[in-house]
Design a protein around this ligand. Structure first.
Ligand code: CA
Length: 189
């Protein structure tokens, strides 16, 4: 008797769960990176110490007051800034960011690599900036196409500098990650 009641309850639960879960596709829209402009400090990011800084009058942020900065200390070291977002099944991802640099180097030495690692795709460096990066804020982007399954995407900025031979400072602000529908489905939304 007791067993029957449990089975009945399970059946009811299963039935209602099915009723509540229509296979509605994810909207594949919206910006999903937390704190994209660094106005909340390093929240939403894995960042080394003192990487998120407040702008001075001579070096404004792209928007707001804060941005992330890399290298620029003329010592041999590495800076890493990273964030991971979830890409729902059926969605693509459009990552955009603004970057700039200032430099006393005259050839490639210090560098800032921007990479996008997506489940099922070999990690790839999308940009490798050096002393000749634009001095004023400029926008860059990296896209990954939709896939049938849910994935994670890791956005990574890795800077490496060496002591001597000049110094380069790289700045990044407004790193957005926007879900995108598969091509051809936008008209149905
Ligand atoms: Ca900002």
């Amino acid at each position: 008797m007791r067993t029957l009641a449990v089975v009945a309850a399970l059946l009811l639960t299963a039935g209602s769960a099915q009723a509540q879960a229509p296979s509605e596709p994810a909207p594949c829209a919206g910006q999903v990176q937390v704190n994209p402009s660094f106005e909340a400090g390093p929240a939403g990011w894995t960042a080394g110490p003192r990487m998120v800084v407040l702008a001075g009058p001579d070096r404004p942020a792209h928007t707001g007051r804060a941005y992330a900065t890399f290298a620029g200390l003329d010592v041999t070291r590495t800076d890493v800034l990273r964030a991971t977002v979830t890409i729902p099944a059926g969605c693509g991802l459009d990552v955009r960011f603004f970057g700039r640099a200032s430099s006393t180097e005259t050839s490639r030495g210090d560098y800032l690599n921007m990479g996008l690692a997506v489940t099922g795709i070999p990690p790839k460096t999308r940009y490798s900036f050096a002393f000749d990066m634009a001095r004023e804020w400029q926008q860059y982007g990296a896209v990954t196409a939709p896939a049938a399954t849910e994935r994670t995407a890791t956005i990574a900025f890795v800077a490496s500098e060496t002591a001597g031979g000049g110094v380069t400072t790289f700045d990044v602000d407004d790193v957005t990650a926007t879900l995108q529908p598969a091509a051809g489905t936008a008209a149905n939304m």
